[in-house]
Design a protein around this ligand. Structure first.
Ligand SMILES: Cc1ncc(COP(=O)(O)O)c(C=O)c1O
Length: 392
């Protein structure tokens, strides 16, 4: 019998990253458009709080569920900004980034054979996180002709007696779609009617464009008791390397399981990072607003550039920092192949341009590639020129 972990992959995205890093190390000019990590600095107030915590010797074991001050600040933020229904700070836990919160959510919820409905294409880690405790990912295709709607009717059709939860991610990685409040309300009704859980991954809550408002499904009172919401500091504060996130869970049994998992996995989150997190939540939001407006400018530049390249049919993102692109039928292919891996390899080999093959995000992703517009505008403009040169 194989071990359950043997059924999990390290993911195609890792393969691309390794290839790009090898080329970079060899001194080649590369454009790292495959990574979801912006080039912004951590805002100054957060940096100061981290340095100060270090100087003051706040470097000893923190409580494994997180510093009380930070959990209170997280609770206040979720109530104020997300209108989330959360019982109290005991139902908030500090995690090592969003990934760790999602890991615990699925580990605490699922028994082997339990099904979780998720969008397809989707950031590949989600299906693997569901598989980790023996769960079964059930993909629901997002269709470009429907504007990548996470369609409540399609979700309803995917529900079986083994369905345990519906996973939602808005804004969504990789397609950049925002799940509307109306669709989320329908999904909540479905979950209530069928006795399901909702796992809401709000990693990109602040990276949202054109005046759209982020909506949290856990703000709907009828489903709040059965919702697990995961947040991260990675995207909002460019803190990817500092590994900080949090989750809100109202159900006492799930909280109890998560506490045990926290204790046995990380036994707490690095203390100085948590002091930085407190500064982020209680300080001014100027840096975040500037970052989002710069990201909107990068999106405009990069999206309009991609539209000029004959082999791409890009979709305009409403949030997050990725452009999802269909590969046009007119593309000649590379080394006898025309799939999403062929395009990814072609862009790296011929142009030093990183992207992610659509198939890495699920079966519906084949025929597409994902670009991240996380680098500065001159670099993005140069990458567009390189691709224009490649495709004539
Ligand atoms: C949809 C989604 N959720 C969660 C995360 C978790 O990020 P982190 O573990 O850095 O907080 C990511 C990272 O790319 C993501 O794309």
């Amino acid at each position: 019998m194989t071990h359950i972990v043997d059924g999990i992959t390290l993911g195609a995205l890792v393969l691309v990253r390794d290839k790009m890093m090898a080329q970079q190390a060899a001194g080649r000019k590369v454009y790292r458009l495959e990574v979801g990590d912006t080039d912004f600095a951590v805002p100054a107030g957060i940096q100061q709080a981290i340095t100060e915590a270090m100087r003051q010797g706040k470097t000893h074991y923190p409580p494994s569920t997180g510093l009380p001050q930070l959990r209170q600040a997280m609770l206040d933020k979720m109530r104020r900004e997300n209108q989330l229904v959360v019982k109290d700070e005991e139902h908030v836990m500090v995690t090592i980034g969003g990934m760790h919160g999602l890991y615990m959510a699925f580990a605490a919820l699922l028994s082997p054979g339990d099904e979780v409905i998720l969008p397809d294409p989707m950031w590949s880690e989600i299906a693997e996180l569901i598989k980790r405790p023996g769960g079964v990912p059930v993909p629901v295709a997002l269709r470009s002709e429907q504007g990548f709607l996470y369609d409540p009717e399609a979700i309803a059709a995917a529900i079986t007696p083994r369905t345990k939860a519906i996973y939602i991610n808005s804004p969504q990685n990789p397609v950049g779609a925002v799940v509307s409040e109306a669709a989320q309300r329908q999904i909540a009704r479905l979950a209530v009617k069928n006795g399901l859980w909702v796992v809401s991954d709000e990693a990109y809550e602040h990276v949202i464009f054109d005046g759209r408002r982020h909506f949290s499904i856990g703000s709907i009172p009828e489903i709040a008791a059965r919702t697990i919401t995961a947040y991260t500091f990675s995207k909002t504060y460019a803190m990817t390397g500092l590994r900080l996130g949090y989750m809100a869970v109202n159900d006492d049994l799930i909280v109890d399981r998560c506490r045990k998992l926290l204790r046995l996995t990380t036994n707490g989150v690095p203390s100085i990072t948590q002091w930085g997190g407190l500064a982020a939540l209680t300080g001014p939001d100027t840096a975040v607003r500037e970052m989002v407006s710069e990201l909107a400018a990068r999106r405009d530049l990069f999206f309009s550039g991609l539209k000029t390249i004959r082999v791409f049919e890009p979709f305009e993102p409403e949030g997050a920092f990725y452009v999802w692109c269909r590969i046009a039928d007119s593309w000649e292919g590379y080394q006898g192949k025309r799939d999403s891996w062929a395009m990814t390899d072609y862009l790296i080999d011929q142009g030093g341009v990183g992207s992610s093959p659509g198939i890495a995000f699920g079966p519906s992703g084949e025929g597409c590639v994902r670009f991240a517009f996380t680098l500065d505008r001159p670099t993005l403009a140069r990458a567009i020129e390189v691709m224009q040169g490649l495709f004539g």
